[in-house]
Design a protein around this ligand. Sequence first.
Ligand code: FEO
Length: 402
Amino acid sequence: MSNKELAKGIHWVGAIDWDVRDFHGYSTLAGTTYNAFLLIDEKITLIDTVKRSHFNDMMHQIREIIDPETIDYLIINHVELDHAGALAEVMEAVKPEKLICSPMGEKAILEHFHRPDWPFEVVKTGDQLSIGTRTFYFLETRMLHWPDSMFTYAMEDGILFASDAFGQHLATSERFDDQVPLSVVMDQAAKYYANILYLYNPLVRKLLAKVKEMNLDIKMIAPDHGVIFRKYINEIVTAYDQWSTNKFDDKALIIYDTMWHSTEKMAKAISRGIEQEDVFAEMINLKVHHRSDVMTKVLNAGALVLGSPTLNNGLLPRMAGFLMYMRGLKPQNKIAASFGSYGWSGECVKLLNEALVDMRLELVDEGLRFKYVPTDEDLDECVALGRRIGQAVKKRRLEQES
Ligand code: FEO
């Protein structure tokens, strides 16, 4: 069986994007794949398409197996344009008998492509569709991560076509989880979760519970990005369970930017205090860490300690941008504090505290700000703040375990 075959007659016909480095603000330094799947049966079925720029790549994959015009059904699990971008071209090339999507999928396709003449067949949660020897079961997964998203489960093969869920932005010629080091797959899966799905934690929990209750015999999870899970299904489902419950480690992130190193000195002193409490402290200078990598670290951090000097009555722009990005992803169950240096007006700590309260994180301190350059005594206060933060993380984690 070819490395592109998931099971007999089920082929990967997607595209590898080796070059993409940005996905609306998320740094995709490992590239990505746009996965599409071709099922050869009495009704030949294509599940999902690819980004428009990769239409020809997908058609080459399909032509190696069949004439594209013989495809009968096209299932669109998700309308975002990294998957449905090539839809108009595919519809023209294939002219399928049915275009199958969720109710919200139909709406989104019409709002993107304005083609009411396409042969829509709308499916809802619980609907089934036979394509010959195989039956599909459909499960709407609204807001995971668009209103139109759905899963298609191939019942006889036990393959869950999961759209964006369980995806990883990882360009690779390998198609399966056991062909790539597991740490690489899980690191990319964590980054994907933190930057795409994190804000929908409660919906992820409901979906995991529903899938468990349905007792599906899942032999493979085929997401629309990255590798297909066949060996490490338990590992990826357990990871989603942990990420969505906001479990955290004895770890505090000190996320900061600095102008003339005063805020950096404060960050280092706070870090020393946290570590005196046997809590791991990670220094994250926003000048060298991309916001999407920081979000991956936020996933299992117990505390977020934010630092910025005051610039023109505001924050340094990297911190302001990071706050905007993180606010949208709605981190939960974390304690927080802030710090920063200033020259005259000194709004930094007030602005950081307001942002943290707005995100409903628990402020454990009113924060520290010092004028121009901190003295040794000021830095002692920073160490003491770090100790209070470390104690609060440990207390919170004990509560989590009880
Ligand atoms: Fe991979 Fe929501 O698109």
